[in-house]
Design a binder for this molecule. Sequence first.
Ligand SMILES: O=C(O)CCC(=O)C(=O)O
Length: 275
Amino acid sequence: MPELQRFDAAQGLDWAAIWRAFDDDGGLIVEGFIEPQLLARLQSEFAPLIASHEPGSTTEGLWTEFHGEQTKRITGLPKHSPAWIELLCDPRYQSMGDRYLGAEDYWLNTGQLICIGPGESSQLLHRDELNWPHAMREKEITVTAIFALTEFTEANGATQIAPGSNHWEGTLPPVPPETLCRATMPAGAALLYSGKVIHGGGANVTNDQWRVGLHAGFCAGWLRAEENFQLTVPIDVARSLPDRARYLLGFRSYHPEFGGRLGLVDYDDAARLLD
Ligand SMILES: O=C(O)CCC(=O)C(=O)O
């Protein structure tokens, strides 16, 4: 069975080896990514949201299955959790976005809790870049971290992933079962992965365990992000955030290296509204 490469933050991180694993396999695990105090704050700030949220999708059709009937998905997190803002601005997390999408050239695509509950079946396997099928190309257009806020086990729904499928041809080629592995990891670890790698949430066959992940990806600045933060983060909360969080959440305009400017207000950068 294939396996993802594992790195341990406590031993010091060899970033060249990490990016090699990212490029070769399309994903890797960094254990100890979130230090214990920050992990405890994330867990306690998210606990009331998780407790009050019902499982299942609010959208019908394919999405009911994709989102999972026994899964809680919770978005709009920035206004609830200063600890999440701290993790969002982590320079190691930033280095993944800067490397694959270009410094200051991307948005937070979504930052959502995915809590896979007992009895959930495996999610449809997919590539994250399929959010933008017309923009798929050789270079990355989206890269993601799933931060484990509880332990991820084979039984409770650890992500399924096909290492190396980032190199497979076709939009969504078939996935032989023997090419899949599970991103098992302790709480505090991060799965970093390419928008091209085929993956999906795992089945939860336990009777009583919730697998809680914070699914947080970046997408290229010229793309529309999956989650609309400008409508869920009140402007006064946005004003209180560090600059990096503001811009990742889209409270600014986009200035491509060559060419025009996008998302303007009065032909100026939208960030002015926060001044
Ligand atoms: O929760 C997971 O392990 C993966 C979820 C995922 O890939 C998605 O919902 O797009």
